[in-house]
Design a protein around this ligand. Structure first.
Ligand SMILES: Cc1cc2nc3c(=O)[nH]c(=O)nc-3n(C[C@H](O)[C@H](O)[C@H](O)COP(=O)(O)OP(=O)(O)OC[C@H]3O[C@@H](n4cnc5c(N)ncnc54)[C@H](O)[C@@H]3O)c2cc1C
Length: 226
């Protein structure tokens, strides 16, 4: 997976010999499939719910159900694959958690494209997995596990998604912020320190401990350590 010139990760082939021409990648990619995978007409049921844990509600984006489902399934022996913000590379990335504590960094939407390679590489034929991601990531993964006939081992969760912005926009923004905060150590989107109704607050912790307003770092620090 490489960044293209517009700032989006995309699969890249470096050497033609490395490709066996099996066509699997093209056949499972959501962008190459117009048909819905589920063709049965069973009526979908809808529920509205939120986490009863106030700390999860404050840290999540809209109710924390992703984390609650993950927690429930981890207790049943599943591994959970979600997205965390990874400050060393200043990006979001999928990772696999085996414990509830390890899954905590998945809470909350990171409004940038996640790098899937590390996390998805750890999915295997033998364990049970809960996997969360954008609709295109989950649709492609679902087509893949169906081909391998291992969908019984997976619980998949996607969410409403308008798409992701270019990572170059995020990098430009963080370059500006880091002049004040020092190297970013933690970021949270739609931070709720000022309540639920200001969607544009980003919580940032920086190496120099500086605290900014657009940039609500006190809350971020508090959440990170709970
Ligand atoms: C890129 C993006 C676009 C979105 N666009 C819309 C929209 O147009 N309309 C709308 O109503 N809501 C949108 N959302 C919000 C989304 O619907 C909420 O994330 C969802 O409601 C989460 O609810 P929650 O409180 O249960 O979260 P949580 O319990 O915190 O679960 C969130 C889950 O999302 C996963 N996740 C976080 N960031 C990413 C990412 N970058 N890529 C893949 N998976 C990720 C985490 O692993 C976690 O499991 C978007 C979210 C993202 C990440």
């Amino acid at each position: 997976m490489e960044l293209n010139k517009e700032g989006f990760y995309e699969p890249t082939l470096f050497s033609e010999e490395a490709c066996t021409q099996c066509g699997l990648c093209l056949s499972v990619c959501a962008y190459n499939n117009d048909n819905l995978l589920d063709s049965n007409e069973e009526e979908a049921k809808s529920y509205a719910a939120w986490s009863n844990n106030i700390r999860v509600r404050r840290k999540c984006s809209s109710g924390g159900i992703g984390f609650e489902l993950g927690m429930h399934l981890i207790k049943q022996g599943y591994k959970a694959c979600g997205v965390r913000y990874y400050p060393e590379l200043n990006r979001a990335e999928h990772f696999v958690a085996s414990t509830i504590e390890e899954f905590i960094p998945s809470i909350g939407s990171k409004y940038i494209q996640s790098f899937t390679l590390k996390g998805f590489s750890q999915l295997n034929l033998y364990d049970k997995f809960f996997v969360t991601g954008t609709p295109c990531q989950i649709d492609s993964l679902r087509r893949y596990i169906c081909k391998l006939k291992i969908e019984e081992n997976f619980v998949l969760m996607d969410f409403f998604c308008h798409g992701v912005p270019s990572i170059y926009m995020w990098k430009k923004y963080t370059e500006m912020v880091e002049k004040q905060t020092g190297k970013i150590t933690y970021a949270s989107w739609r931070n709720k320190l000022t309540g639920w109704h200001n969607s544009y607050i980003i919580g940032i912790d920086g190496k120099n401990g500086d605290r900014r307003a657009f940039i609500v770092s006190k809350a971020a620090a508090e959440f990170r350590t709970w």
